[in-house]
Design a protein around this ligand. Structure first.
Ligand SMILES: Nc1nc2c(ncn2[C@@H]2O[C@H](COP(=O)(O)OP(=O)(O)OP(=O)(O)O)[C@@H](O)[C@H]2O)c(=O)[nH]1
Ligand SMILES: [Mg+2]
Length: 443
C-alpha cells in the first residue's frame, strides 16, 4: 500500500470521527493531533500541517453543515477536503490529452527511463502509436536500458549509443520517428540542477519543442522535492510532475504537498518498478484511497482490463458472493498477469485492513491450483458443492497431486468468496454513505 503509515493513521482518525455519536471539541482535537503527527511523519511541511489543521478546526466549528449532512458527517467531509488540499488537491492536473511531443527531465536516478516506459505503455493502451527516444549520452548503457524497456512493452526505441552529442542523437531520431503519434524523449540526469544540465536541456527542448515537459521526482525526496521542482521550473519551465517511487517511501506526503504548494500539477505517480505500476494522479481519489474510502471505479476498470470479457454486472455479482470456481480460475489467470490479489484488494473500501498473509499466493501455488481446476468438470467448476470425497480423490489423481492440495484450493476458494461478499456489503454501505456526502468531489 502506498503511504501505508500515513494511510493507517488517517483511517484511524476518520474512523474515530465516524464512530463518535457526537463530535465534541475534545474528540476533534485528539483526532487532529493524530492527523498532525501522521502528516509530519510523512514529511509534510510543518507550516502546511498546522495551516491545514487550523483550517479543519475553524471550519468544523464555524461552518454550518449543509442541508442533509449531520455535524459529524460535515466534519468528516472537511477533514477529507483539507487533507486533499494539502496532498496535492490545489491543482488538478489536466489529462494529457492530445499531445505528440513529451520530454521527461529530472535528476540522476529519479526514475526517468523507467517512467518513459510506463508512460509509453499508458499512451499505447489508448491506441496511440508511441515511440521512445533516448538522448541520454551520459549514463553508460542508457540507450540499452531504454531499448530493453521498449522491447518489453513493444514500443520502438530510437537513439544512437555511439554518438556523444545528445542534440545530434535527437535530430537523427526525430527523423526516424516521424510517423508516430506520440514521441517521448528520455533525457540525461545530473546530480543537481546546474548550468550544464540547463544548457543541454534547453538545446534539446529548442529542437524538440516539447508540448509537455514533465519533471520526474522520486517521492523519497520528501519536502526536498520543492527546491528541485522550483529549480527545474525556473530553468526550463515544466508542465507537470511525475512522482515516482511512491510505493517505497514513507515521505511521499512531503513530496506531494511540496508540488502542490508550488502550484505544479502532479500528473502521474509511479508505484512500483514494473511498467504497469503507474497511475494518473487524481488528488481526491488518492486521498479517498488513503482514507480507506475505497476506489471502486478503478477497481472495476482494472478488473475489466484484466478479465476483458467480464462485464461490470458480473463484477457486481461476484461482490454479492456469486463467485464460482470458474471465476476463481479467471481471477488466478488475471493475477498472474497483474500481480497479487492484495493490490486489487487495496483498491477496495477498507481493503488495506485485510491481513496480507490471507491473500498471498505464490506463482507456484497459482499454477498448481490451475492444474487442479483443469481436472474438474464444467459442472463441478460451477457448483463446488458437488465436490464430495470421491470426486476430490478423482480430481487429485487427475491433477497428479494430493487430496490435501485439492482441499487447500477449495478452502482458498471459500475464503475468497467470503471476502468478495464482505467487500460487496461494504460497498453497499459505502455507497449509502457517499450519497449523503453529495458535496464530495469525484464521488
Ligand atoms: N519502487 C520503485 N522503483 C522505481 C520506480 N520508478 C523507478 N524506480 C527504480 O529507480 C531506479 C532508477 O530508475 P531509472 O529509470 O533508471 O532512473 P533515471 O532517472 O533514468 O536515472 P538516470 O538515467 O541515471 O538519471 C531503477 O532501479 C528503477 O527500477 C517506482 O515507481 N517505484
Ligand atoms: Mg535514465
Amino acid at each position: 500500500m502506498v503511504l501505508e503509515g500515513l494511510g493507517k493513521s488517517l483511517r484511524d482518525g476518520i474512523r474515530r470521527i465516524a464512530k463518535a455519536g457526537y463530535v465534541d471539541r475534545n474528540t476533534l482535537d485528539e483526532v487532529i493531533k493524530d492527523i498532525q503527527r501522521a502528516m509530519l511523519s510523512a514529511d509534510v511541511n510543518v507550516k502546511l500541517v498546522f495551516g491545514m489543521t487550523e483550517n479543519i478546526k475553524s471550519r468544523a466549528w464555524d461552518e454550518k453543515p449543509p442541508e442533509g449532512l449531520s455535524k459529524r458527517e460535515h466534519i468528516l467531509k472537511i477533514v477529507y477536503e483539507e487533507i486533499t488540499a494539502a496532498l496535492g488537491g490545489k491543482v488538478e492536473a489536466k489529462e494529457l490529452g492530445k499531445v505528440s511531443r513529451i520530454m521527461l527531465v529530472g535528476l540522476f536516478g529519479s526514475g526517468k527511463t523507467t517512467t518513459c516506459g510506463k508512460l509509453a505503455r499508458h499512451l499505447k493502451k489508448q491506441g496511440l502509436k508511441v515511440a521512445l527516444i533516448s538522448t541520454d549520452t551520459w549514463r553508460p548503457a542508457a540507450y540499452e536500458q531504454l531499448k530493453q524497456i521498449g522491447e518489453e512493452i513493444d514500443v520502438p526505441v530510437f537513439g544512437n549509443p555511439k554518438e556523444k552529442s545528445a542534440l545530434k542523437v535527437l535530430k537523427a531520431s526525430l527523423k526516424e520517428a516521424k510517423s508516430f503519434d506520440v514521441i517521448i524523449v528520455d533525457s540525461a540526469g545530473r546530480d543537481t540542477v546546474d548550468k550544464e544540465l540547463s544548457k543541454e536541456l534547453k538545446k534539446l527542448d529548442k529542437e524538440f519543442n516539447a508540448e509537455e515537459k514533465l519533471l520526474v521526482i522520486p517521492a523519497d525526496l520528501g519536502q526536498k522535492a520543492e527546491p528541485v521542482a522550483k529549480g527545474f521550473n525556473e530553468l526550463i519551465g515544466i508542465d507537470g510532475v511525475i512522482l515516482t517511487k511512491l510505493d517505497s517511501t514513507a515521505k511521499g506526503g512531503g513530496a506531494l504537498s511540496a508540488c502542490s504548494s508550488l502550484n505544479v500539477p502532479i500528473k502521474f505517480v509511479g508505484i512500483g518498478e514494473r511498467s504497469e505500476d503507474f497511475e494518473a494522479f487524481k488528488p481526491d481519489k488518492f486521498v479517498g484511497k488513503l482514507l480507506g474510502m475505497g476506489d471502486l471505479e478503478s477497481l472495476v476498470k482494472k478488473t475489466q482490463e484484466i478479465f476483458g470479457e467480464v462485464e461490470e454486472d458480473q463484477v457486481q455479482a461476484m461482490l454479492k458472493g456469486d463467485f464460482n470456481l470458474k471465476d476463481l480460475y479467471k481471477q488466478i489467470e488475471g493475477m498472474k498477469k497483474m500481480g497479487p490479489l492484495k493490490k486489487v484488494m487495496e483498491m477496495m473500501p477498507m481493503g488495506a485492513d485485510i491481513p496480507t498473509d490471507q491473500m498471498d499466493m505464490s506463482q507456484e501455488r497459482m499454477n498448481s491450483f490451475m492444474v487442479i481446476m483443469d481436472s474438474m468438470t464444467n459442472s463441478e467448476m460451477e457448483d463446488s458443492d458437488l465436490l464430495d470425497k470421491s470426486r476430490v480423490e478423482r480430481i487429485a489423481t487427475g491433477a497428479g497431486t494430493s487430496v490435501e492440495n485439492v482441499r487447500t484450493l477449495l478452502k482458498q476458494y471459500k475464503m475468497t468468496k467470503k471476502m468478495m461478499k464482505r467487500f460487496g456489503k461494504n460497498q453497499g454501505s459505502l455507497k449509502k454513505m457517499m450519497k449523503n456526502f453529495k458535496g464530495f468531489p469525484g464521488m
